[in-house]
Design a protein around this ligand. Structure first.
Ligand SMILES: Nc1ncnc2c1ncn2[C@@H]1O[C@H](COP(=O)(O)OP(=O)(O)OP(=O)(O)O)[C@@H](O)[C@H]1O
Length: 464
């Protein structure tokens, strides 16, 4: 686009000024999110209540706090289902929060009413992942981009059309295409239409929810570059939601890493990529697809296990059920890998996720009424141990595990779990680690409490 065109867009913008000035108090962030929570309730219908089913909370977002300064891009990254989109939608007030506070230019978003709320709806816009489903297939792209101006009654008819033409050109589309329909465009072009629509009201702040995930790799970089150019030109502030670390690194100033509804690490993007602290961040960075088979093996190890359900998240640190660095009790002499294995076995016993009937070869052991006959117990315990542990355990731990598995042979699941819990309980399951508010903060017991950013435990001191 030529500089003349740029000027044309800017002057059209000036003519159509919406009259809203976000007057962010000096030194204040544009967006401040404090302890934001969003729970979805299941089993909450009248029928469920009549049937006596208890409502269950899906804790999609569970106490996230962060700030975004004017002109900055904050990335929100994490595996699918960790609460990224819900965070974005709730802070835009597209969803009602369960708890917490969001300030936009110093004003509480959830207390806005009337003209304040209308102004916020203009200033804060969203670009969604799937440009096809977010564009009405029956509307021409001219009408789609103009729709926000019509809804907010901004400018006269011809002024609106002029602004639409300028916007389409600015995002790299031709004015000749104004009367075409979304299906006539490629994925990348459709995303450009979505961006033009989001910019129609001259917003200050955009939530970009996976803006390039649905696009071919070759087109992704073009759309990201466009977003960067637009940010510089229109002084935009971005919250960029993505599960793709390369997208985050390309465009963000800072990044917040989410796991199961919480932020576990936040910091400047280069620092976080070069010196990740949280074991989850490290695992995410290491699980980027690799070329060689050896390295692929390593990937599988780094992020093993399923993400627990947000309906019943683990106590303490939510990542501890998958964490390769879960912290053993201080006095315990054990290497890290063995401790991880023991914790996983205990978790499987706690959730009764071991099939006793299939222990041994070809129905070797009969499990009657849930119990193994007395005479078979030693062989049963030995077979179960072989199944659960890769390597023989050191003698002291072997003894403890045998006692626990002997309880299992009699179907005493709770006693078996209690034996292992007494011996192996970790600070990671007892205490919830806080995030703190340093420039680079991490919510992990390896790095001490939130107030004390110095490492309280040397991560290498007990690694095997
Ligand atoms: N309307 C809803 N009702 C019930 N649960 C929901 C609802 N919306 C989201 N969830 C749940 O909340 C959790 C967080 O979802 P969310 O879409 O915010 O995650 P995400 O990190 O954006 O994932 P993705 O990248 O797959 O979109 C998930 O477990 C999801 O199933």
């Amino acid at each position: 686009m030529s500089s003349d065109d740029n000027r044309a867009t800017s002057s059209a913008s000036a003519e159509l000024a919406t009259g809203i000035e976000t007057d962010t108090p000096e030194g204040e962030p544009l967006v401040r999110v404090e302890n934001l929570k969003k729970y979805f309730w299941e089993n909450d219908s009248l029928l469920d209540r009549l049937l006596g089913d208890e409502p269950v909370a899906v804790q999609a977002v569970d106490g996230v706090s962060f700030e975004i300064r004017e002109g900055e891009t904050l990335g929100l990254v994490g595996e699918s289902g960790c609460g990224k989109s819900t965070t974005g939608e709730t802070l835009l007030r597209l969803q009602e929060p369960t708890d917490g506070r969001v300030e936009f230019a110093g004003t509480n978003v959830y207390e806005m009413e009337g003209s304040d709320l209308t102004a916020f709806r203009r200033e804060a816009q969203v670009v969604f992942q799937d440009p096809f489903s977010s564009l009405d297939p029956r509307m021409t792209i001219g009408d789609i981009v103009q729709q926000p101006l019509d809804i907010h009654d901004v400018g006269a008819d011809e002024e609106r059309r002029e602004r639409v033409r300028n916007l389409l050109e600015r995002v790299g589309l031709s004015v000749d295409q104004l009367d075409r329909y979304p299906h006539e465009f490629s994925g990348g072009q459709r995303q450009r239409i979505g961006i033009a629509r989001a910019l129609a009201l001259e917003p200050e702040f955009l939530v970009l929810d996976e803006p390039t995930s649905a696009l071919d790799v070759s087109v992704q970089a073009q759309v990201l570059n466009l977003l960067e150019d637009l940010q510089a030109e229109f002084d935009l502030t971005y919250l960029l939601i993505s599960h793709d670390l390369s997208v985050i690194r390309h465009i963000c100033d800072r990044v917040a890493v989410m796991y199961l509804g919480e932020i576990v690490e936040i910091g400047p993007v280069e620092e976080l990529f070069e010196d990740p602290k949280h074991p989850y961040t490290k695992a995410l960075l290491e699980s980027v697809p690799r070329a060689t088979t050896d390295e692929r093996e390593r990937d599988r190890e780094t992020l093993a296990g399923d993400v627990p359900s947000p309906r019943d998240p683990p106590s303490g640190c939510r990542f501890r059920t998958r964490c390769p660095m879960v912290i053993p009790p201080e006095e315990l002499d054990i290497d890290q890998e063995t401790y991880r294995e023991l914790m996983t076995v205990r978790e499987r016993i706690e959730s009764r996720d071991i099939s006793l009937e299939t222990v041994g070869d070809d129905d070797q052991f009969s499990v009657e009424d849930g119990s193994v006959p007395e005479a078979d117990i030693p062989a049963f315990v030995a077979a179960l141990k072989r199944r659960l542990f890769d390597e023989p355990l050191p003698p002291h731990h072997d003894e403890i595990v045998e006692t626990a598995l002997t309880e299992l042979a009699a179907s005493n699941w709770e006693d078996a779990a209690a034996i292992l819990r007494t011996e192996y309980e970790s600070v990671c399951e007892r205490d919830h680690p806080g995030l703190g508010n340093n420039t680079h903060s991490v919510a992990c017991h390896l790095y001490g409490t939130a107030a004390d950013s110095d490492s309280a435990v040397d991560p290498n001191s007990w690694r095997g």
